[in-house]
Design a binder for this molecule. Structure first.
Ligand code: NAP
Length: 500
């Protein structure tokens, strides 16, 4: 059952200001006030040492318990998320499995000490000209962290999503700033975590859920003096504003923001010749997944012009014509999509779909075509459009394709569609694409981010604000850890994992 309250220091609290959810039949959600934001930060700080001091085994049990509690509320979570986001049932059930899977993955990760990347330099008392001390290094949790729920993944990148799971695994207390687009889903998942806190006897401010606007609650949390790191997925503008705030603080803190990417797909000549239709159909499928509201949506396909490219284009257009209108996540995201599609239509040739559907919040795919020269010359065409909009870019030859790759901004992903006969061109592109993106793919599509130890989901700015960090996969835990060296300390003072 949804109460419309915030979880602060172990208690569900209301406030004077409420958000009324039209999706949930007028359910009211308390918007945290400044005093509650302050209290959440202080409680997260107060309980940080106790939580950071829990054993890895206890935290692993806690993470698994959260997963179990989410499953207990599973049907209610799915039904609520369907109403709030418009996403279909199968997708939300899948996303719940991914969310509980992530929690269990981090539980398993911390049962072994490998993630702590420990080092030990044994003392050399007789070394000349100076003795070497005993030096041991491990990683300690960074402190209380704030996680912003993402609009497009109400479960896997929100309340108990990847950032929360990895931060709790690391030993950090977590405050989630819920996304207003799915306040009810956020609260239900928050209830599951609260149940797990109680069952596992964890400190009560181990996890808190604070709902409210970015301008008040979001800014208040990242500026709270006790917060030590922030995780974020969302828009370029919002992410950049919060990044700047984190760095302007008296005590600057890391801000791990995933902001936006157009995920270029380079379709190399032999692959286009031999299987252009297959690539075009596959591109259309990837483009419209989840109404295109994926950060890894392949927004541009780059190829050399000619008959084979024409066949790929026809296949893409044909496949997109089959797609029914899809509901978008929020009115704001829908408005941003239709306005971006309209601005493209004013600039370049529209070859399939117009983006606009008749029902409110519903959208259709849109496909455009442009020359590589025009695309490179116009920065307006190079921004992410959040939704099922794609641009087919035609090059005058492979040199122009290479020039386009050189001019790209940082990306989450870059994809090569290639046959064996394309290998030398692919080899020439590789050093450029490696520099531009966090994940390189061959002969598949970038939507569908595997939760696995070798996954990198991040990339050079503006794809993310920290090129060294990922929000998916086991490496994500390093966001919330900091290295500490222990020099010559007696064993009784060392962290458990550093003892002989
Ligand atoms: P958003 O507007 O960036 O909002 C994300 C979160 O940040 C929300 O909690 C929001 O609070 C807060 N926020 C935004 N601007 C802020 C600011 N200046 N100061 C403090 N807090 C701020 O993203 P969204 O609502 O998810 O969707 C809007 C657009 O973001 C989409 O159209 C799309 O372009 C992009 N997006 C990208 C990705 C991706 O994976 N790259 C994912 C989702 C969305 P409020 O809700 O109160 O503003």
């Amino acid at each position: 059952m949804i109460y419309g309250k915030n979880l602060i220091d172990g208690a569900w609290m209301g406030s004077d200001e409420v958000l009324v959810s039209a999706d949930l039949d007028g359910q009211e959600f308390a918007q945290a006030d400044a005093g509650q934001v302050e209290a959440a930060g202080l409680a997260a700080r107060r309980d940080f040492r106790a939580y950071a001091g829990t054993t890895r085994a206890a935290r692993a049990t806690f993470l698994r318990k959260i997963a179990d509690e989410i499953d207990v509320l599973g049907d209610e979570i799915t039904a609520t998320a369907m109403k709030e986001t418009g996403l279909p049932e199968a997708r939300l059930i899948g996303e719940r499995g991914r969310t509980t899977g992530q929690l269990k993955m981090f539980a398993e990760l911390i049962e072994d000490t490998k993630y702590l990347d420990m080092r030990h330099d044994v003392a050399l008392p007789d070394r000349q000209p100076l003795p070497r001390p005993d030096l041991r290094l491990t990683h300690r949790p960074i402190g209380p962290v704030v996680v912003f729920g993402a609009s497009n993944f109400p479960l896997a990148f929100s309340t108990a999503g990847g950032d929360t799971a990895s931060a709790l695994a690391a030993g950090c207390t977590v405050i989630v700033k819920g996304h207003g687009a799915h306040a009810g889903t956020a609260e239900l998942v928050g209830q599951a975590i609260a149940n797990a806190i109680e069952a596992c006897d964890m400190p009560r401010a181990t996890f808190q859920l604070v709902q409210g606007s970015g301008q008040s609650v979001g800014k208040g949390l990242v500026q709270h003096p006790e917060i030590r790191a922030v995780g974020f997925t969302g828009s370029f503008g919002g992410g950049r504003a919060l990044f700047d705030l984190c760095h302007q603080r008296d005590l600057p803190i890391p801000f791990y923001g995933e902001l936006g990417s157009i995920n270029p797909m380079f379709c190399l000549p032999n692959a286009v010749e031999s299987r252009g239709v297959e690539i075009g159909t596959g591109w259309a499928g990837s483009l419209v997944l989840g109404a295109g509201q994926f950060c890894t949506n392949p927004g541009i396909a780059v190829m050399v012009k000619g008959a084979a490219a024409d066949a790929l284009e026809t296949a893409t257009v044909t496949a997109l014509q089959e797609v029914a209108p899809q509901k978008m996540l929020t009115d704001g995201i829908h408005a941003a999509y239709t306005s971006a599609v309209q601005s493209f239509a004013d600039l370049i040739e529209e070859i399939g779909g117009c983006g606009v559907a008749d029902a409110p919040r519903y959208a259709l795919p849109a496909l455009f075509k442009v020359t590589a020269r025009e695309w490179m010359a116009n920065p307006q065409l190079q921004h992410e459009v959040f939704g099922a909009s794609g641009i087919l870019i035609l090059c005058n030859g492979v040199a122009e394709m290479q020039a386009l790759a050189e001019g790209l901004e940082g990306q989450l992903t870059c994809t090569l569609q290639m046959d064996e006969a394309d290998t030398s061109l692919a080899q020439a592109l590789m050093p450029v694409l490696e520099e531009k993106s966090g994940r390189l793919l061959a002969n598949s599509f970038p939507t569908g981010v595997e939760v696995a130890s070798a996954m990198m989901h991040g990339g050079p700015y503006p794809a993310s604000t920290d090129v060294r960090s990922t929000s998916v996969g086991t490496l994500a835990i390093s966001r919330w850890l900091r290295p500490v060296s222990y020099q010559g300390l007696p064993e009784t003072l060392l962290p458990e994992e550093l003892k002989q």
